[in-house]
Write a protein that binds this ligand. Structure first.
Ligand code: SF4
Length: 296
């Protein structure tokens, strides 16, 4: 059976950097205080098992932070108040935010301070989006879908939005959708005589990964997408691949390849493509590849 692993599969630069930073910094435990991580370093359970194995404790609320603790801020970043609250509690933050996400936070902050209305194309509940919003006093307007884009356009046409607009995107959003949204909002602003700045903040790594998913899904008989169920970028890849090739499955853990349903799926395919989200470890990808090759 032909098996092709996407060149882009595995950690993206930002996740790799965060993972290495944490592994390097916390090889040995500090004498006082605990090492905490605010949420998951990445949306991948297997990676989090490695982190937990290092004695790092995941917390979901800053109420759990005490004096002397070190709190790791994950690759998705966090709002300004999170850093302030950690300091107020006598703890120290260790910032593992991806530099590209930091750049988007800086844009939101800078334009907000200049009096712009900040519009973010993204998922309201996503940690990265909440973090970006936290740098503009949580005043950004978040548009997750075309329904909300339409509502925004109606307001622009009715001249209800007085401020100039900054339009940015969550770094892992679908590039084609953002292109359409950019055009729609830009046209409405032009018509209404308003001002808009658009900064394309979709990560290049996301863009390349999505393009490769599209090509592989077209080429191969079947596709396996590996990535966490709560990973936004994995979901985007899965949708792109599934649209091109209905024989696409999404697994979170390599062991899922062995399920009865998936074994049958593998048996029918003559060629299989493997793609992965940005927070899937190379070990998981290799394991899936080996399982497929040995199922010949
Ligand atoms: S996908 Fe891009 S922006 Fe997101 S963590 Fe990776 S490198 Fe950073």
């Amino acid at each position: 059976m032909e098996c092709k692993v996407a060149k882009t599969a595995g950690f993206c630069g930002g996740v790799k950097k965060a993972f290495l930073m944490v592994q390097e910094e916390f090889k040995t435990k500090p004498e006082n205080g605990r090492i905490l991580i605010f949420g998951s370093l990445v949306h991948n359970e297997n990676v989090m098992k490695i982190i937990n194995g290092m004695g790092i404790v995941k917390i979901d609320s800053l109420n759990e932070v005490g004096s002397g603790d070190i709190v790791i801020i994950t690759a998705h970043g966090a709002g300004r108040k999170v850093f302030e609250e950690i300091e107020r509690r006598g703890a120290t933050s260790f910032n593992a935010t991806c530099p590209k996400v930091s750049m988007v936070q800086d844009c939101a902050k800078k334009y907000y301070e200049k009096g712009f209305e900040i519009i973010i194309f993204g998922n309201r509940e996503h940690k990265e989006v909440r973090g970006i919003n936290g740098w503009c006093e949580n005043k950004a307007r978040i548009i997750p879908d075309f329904k909300e884009v339409a509502a925004l356009i109606n307001e622009i046409r009715a001249k209800k939005i007085k401020k100039p607009i900054l339009l940015i995107s969550q770094t892992t959003q679908n590039i084609e959708k953002f292109e359409r949204i950019k055009k729609m909002i830009h046209a409405a602003i032009k018509e209404a005589g308003g001002k808009i700045e658009i900064i394309d903040t979709i990560c290049r790594a996301t863009f390349v990964r999505q393009k490769e998913a599209f090509v592989i899904a077209k080429e191969m008989d079947a596709v396996i997408v590996i990535g966490g169920r709560s990973s936004s970028n994995t979901k985007q890849l899965w949708k792109i691949a599934k649209d091109q090739n209905p024989n696409t499955i999404w697994i979170e853990d390599p062991s899922e390849v062995k399920s009865d349903e998936n074994k049958e799926f593998l048996r029918r395919a003559k060629s299989i493509g493997i793609i992965s989200g940005a927070s899937t470890s190379p070990d998981d990808i290799n394991m899936v590849r080996k399982m497929i090759e040995s199922s010949d």
